[in-house]
Design a protein around this ligand. Sequence first.
Ligand code: DLL
Length: 445
Amino acid sequence: MLKELWNDAEGGFHPASAPDFLPPAALREVQLRRLRAVVRRAYDHVELFRARMDERGLTPEDIRTLDDIARLPFTVKTDLRDTYPFGLFASPMSDVVRLHASSGTTGKPIVVAYTREDVEVWSEVMARTFACCGMHRGDLLQNAFGYGLFTGGLGAHYGAEALGATVIPISGGNTDRQITLLRDFGVSALCCTPSYFTHMVERAGELGVDLRALPLRIGVFGAEPWTDAMRAHIESAAGIKAYDIYGLSEITGPGVASECAAQDGLHFFEDHFYPEIIDPDTGEVLPEGAEGELVLTTLSKKAMPMIRYRTRDITSFITEPCACGRTIRRMRRIGRRSDDMFIIRGVNVFPSQVEAALLAVEGTLPHYQIILTRNHGLDQMTVEVEVTPEVFSDRIGALEDIRRRLAQAIEQILGIRVDLRLVEPRTIERSQGKAKRVIDRRQDS
Ligand code: DLL
């Protein structure tokens, strides 16, 4: 079976991808076996988890079916902060071969650990991610995710090597050099955040390099929310297929879920990460297909098992089978986190809604920022968006016309009027990693 999956010439599959195609009953068996083992491990080695199990009168033996997972306590981000730096480790430091950390927006970073086996599993799921995106041995991957404490760079690096592709470990930044290598090396695949890639596209244009004429055919993007409108922009500007990949440091990093050729939802590598969707208010598991908060359990993590980790990311399972033939479950793209919503004059707003409205209007660039301020106790939202050089240099009429259409598009989606500031290309700061879309100055005013 493994051999049949290897499709070197056209790409798509890799021997490690076999679990993607398991019959569901066989997959459930693997999951239950691993779930029982990981609960046992966490109970024996992680004090916080054992105390929470004891409080509920639960022992690892009580986990007899996959549904029993709902009886287990949740883990949340503050648990990582409260036990900073190493309090959730289930392995002695002598077995830990790697640490990563994520800075987050407030306070102490969170620290995550990997044994040698954990790094192997991570490489496998990243190899499966790249295979999902149509990459194969012989591909030349420019890895523009940041190398360092962030999991993107090294996660993608090890995965691409496990796949048998050739990696260029360029990391993020130094955009002119990125474009030179893309062109001179004949790069066929590239990975980074979608916002950084829009910057690369823009810079390539300035340098007179037509990305569409290069051998580049695959873009693997993730680490931040992006919309289908952004995908359409990227695919047509660079002449590539753009895939969405998902993951988070607490669970392993990238490699938790990935789109496939169908570009219709992200497959979970659920033989290693068990997904549930819960009601964020009550904590109840929701029926298949309903939208809610994604909760993940690591089934094979050794150094830092995570049991029912609440991601804050909002999505739903897709219940129809996928055209690609994979049997592992899929979720819809993550458009928002339960904690990135803000309320303006009583209306709930997610940055992704603003992005969708902006990209629907021609003449704007995919560079924008949302600024929140408070004026006499009243919250104000200003959307700053760059317009194309043609529009900007045109007579006032063109600018006014775009402003009107943007205001309409936003009002249609959000139901409120916002302040719009149309700015020259290059005004808004470019990010090499995750873009900062919302600047909240409400506390300053
Ligand atoms: O961003 C890991 C990663 C690296 C994923 C490279 C994909 C590619 P953290 O820095 O811990 O880890 O941030 C995790 O980023 O909970 C989501 O809110 C968000 N996120 C990650 N991927 C996506 C995506 C990495 N494809 C947090 N769409 C997660 C939307 C995403 N949000």
